[in-house]
Design a protein around this ligand. Structure first.
Ligand code: TRP
Ligand code: ZN
Length: 485
């Protein structure tokens, strides 16, 4: 039966649709609202069947916005928080799941009515007082507190994922699964949403997060609340927060893009020099790929060695050992591919890491002069051959950040470039970025753009590079050289 034929009282229909705070008249005697809707509503699934992480993410809704309100006590690493999640139901829902690990939940409401919840970490099932209608917007609030604990993921041996605490510093590095250690969410890259974060800390801690710093409000002279907003869609693994003894250093802009960095106070001068290359890099990648996708960029540098960096949206995270130019370029480039154009599943991770690796070398080639890229790619080819590197598109959770993904992924792009020539290659990349900006894309989506833009059927060629068990041979260059031969 079509749902819009259900005779719901207007105030109730509006409340379910998220248009009204459900207050007066009180919803007495209306549980469930009508037997028909209750019968038609089922629970959302507890996972999205990601090939690598089947239980990450949840079915039945699509989050639009997260408003996270966190009160953080840094020395003891305790938080008191409320997450407000505005989502659209994609089916009639009698219940739905959020991904959430650890912490103590005190209260959940859905459309302002108390909801029942049960937990089987990291799944949390929420049963709203009234079922939710397909297509309606609904608002969930989750109040919680405790000490967030980072988690171990098979994908990453070298980092504890999510909320990390180190003395006077808190930082969040989540890729792929860690976002659920600090706020309840739909923890899958396919459900991107905008964010507001309001974070209250004792002075003199500084709070850095994704997007724009809208205001800093003094609380009783002792505390301050930082409000950050991320107005472009963002995957949960890219949400971050860094709280510590940090100074903000602004660089000169690149066009419209403001550049703000957060450095450990004692190291700020040295780091400001290392990262001053950012504006020039934004100009370079904007020229190749299309405009930088966000209003702001910058990095947060932690006051210790990290041995890795992460492309958290508009605010990449580095250790104080992380000023190598190739890595700076790599994390910046991810803002276009990875962050604004995001893999549909974790098995498409080579679309992130292969591109960022190849394009970091394009920057170095541009900077250091011709030959850097070609020579480098030939030596990587030998390493891949010697190491019997498997297909980058068919990895499991334990090797999703392996050299197969980074280096054979990068080689897949280099091979495509040799196959179709520079001009068609860069047209493919630009169109791929333009078409999927703000959204998600699968490997098949990339191949489709390559075929369409080049006017050739590259499916088998690319499939061999992406999925073939053997490393394909280096294509003969088809480009006519600059002397016209
Ligand atoms: N995406 C990171 C890169 O740019 C690698 C990475 C994945 C990572 N997960 C992480 C880094 C977690 C730090 C923490 O290559
Ligand atoms: Zn990367």
């Amino acid at each position: 039966m079509p749902l819009r034929r259900l005779a719901l009282p207007l105030f109730l229909a509006l409340a379910i649709a998220g248009c009204l705070p459900i207050s007066a008249p009180p919803p007495q005697g209306l549980q469930p609202p009508t037997p028909a809707l209750a019968a038609a509503a089922g629970p959302g699934s507890s996972g999205l069947n990601d090939p690598l992480f089947p239980l990450l993410g949840n079915g039945g809704y699509d989050v639009q916005h997260y408003a996270l309100d966190l009160d953080v006590h840094v020395p003891s690493n305790t938080i008191t928080a409320t997450a407000t999640i505005v989502a659209t139901a994609t089916q009639n829902l009698s219940a739905f799941n959020l991904d959430f690990s650890g912490l103590t939940v005190t209260e959940i409401t859905v459309n302002d009515l108390a909801a029942v919840h049960t937990r089987s970490d990291p799944e949390m099932t929420v049963v709203p007082a009234l079922p939710l209608m397909e297509g309606s917007l609904f608002t969930t609030t989750v109040s919680y507190h405790g000490t967030p604990r980072p988690l171990r993921d098979p994908a990453i041996g070298f980092a504890a994922l999510g909320w990390n605490h180190a003395g006077n510093l808190i930082y969040v590095v989540s890729e792929p699964s860690g976002a659920m250690t600090w706020y309840p969410n739909n923890n899958h890259p396919s459900d991107k949403a905008t964010y507001t974060m309001r974070v209250t800390v004792d002075k003199p801690y500084t709070v850095a997060a994704n997007g724009e710093l809208v205001k800093i409000e003094e609380q009783d002279g002792r505390r301050a609340t930082y409000t950050w907003t991320m107005d472009a869609p963002m995957a949960s693994y890219l949400a971050t927060l860094v709280i510590g003894d940090l100074v903000r250093v602004d660089n000169e802009r690149s066009g419209q893009v403001r550049i703000r960095n957060y450095f450990p106070t004692e190291d700020a001068n040295r780091l400001a020099i290392q990262f001053s290359v950012t504006a020039e890099m934004i100009d370079y990648y904007s020229a190749i790929l299309g405009d930088y996708p966000f209003e702001t960029y910058g990095v947060a540098v932690l006051p210790f060695h990290l041995g890795y960096a992460l492309e958290t949206q508009t605010l990449s995270i580095f250790g104080n050992d992380g000023g190598m130019e190739g890595v700076i370029a790599h994390e910046l480039m991810h803002q276009w591919l990875g962050n604004h154009v995001t893999p549909a599943t974790w098995q498409d991770i080579w679309l992130n890491e292969g591109f960022a690796t190849y394009f970091q070398r394009l920057w170095l080639d541009h900077k250091l002069g011709r030959g850097f890229l070609d020579t480098g790619m030939v030596s990587y080819y030998k390493l891949l051959k010697a190491g019997h590197a498997g297909p980058p598109g068919a990895v499991g959770a334990h090797d999703m950040f392996s050299s197969t993904v980074y280096e054979r992924g990068a080689w897949t792009l280099h091979a495509l470039r040799l196959q179709v020539g520079d001009e068609a290659f860069f047209r493919i990349i630009r169109e791929y970025y333009r078409r999927h900006a703000g959204g998600n894309v699968s490997t098949a989506g990339f191949i489709a753009v390559a075929n369409e833009v080049s006017g050739q059927d590259l499916t088998e060629f690319l499939n061999n590079w992406i999925y073939g068990p053997e490393l394909p041979p280096i294509p003969e260059e088809t480009i006519t050289d600059t002397e016209g031969n």
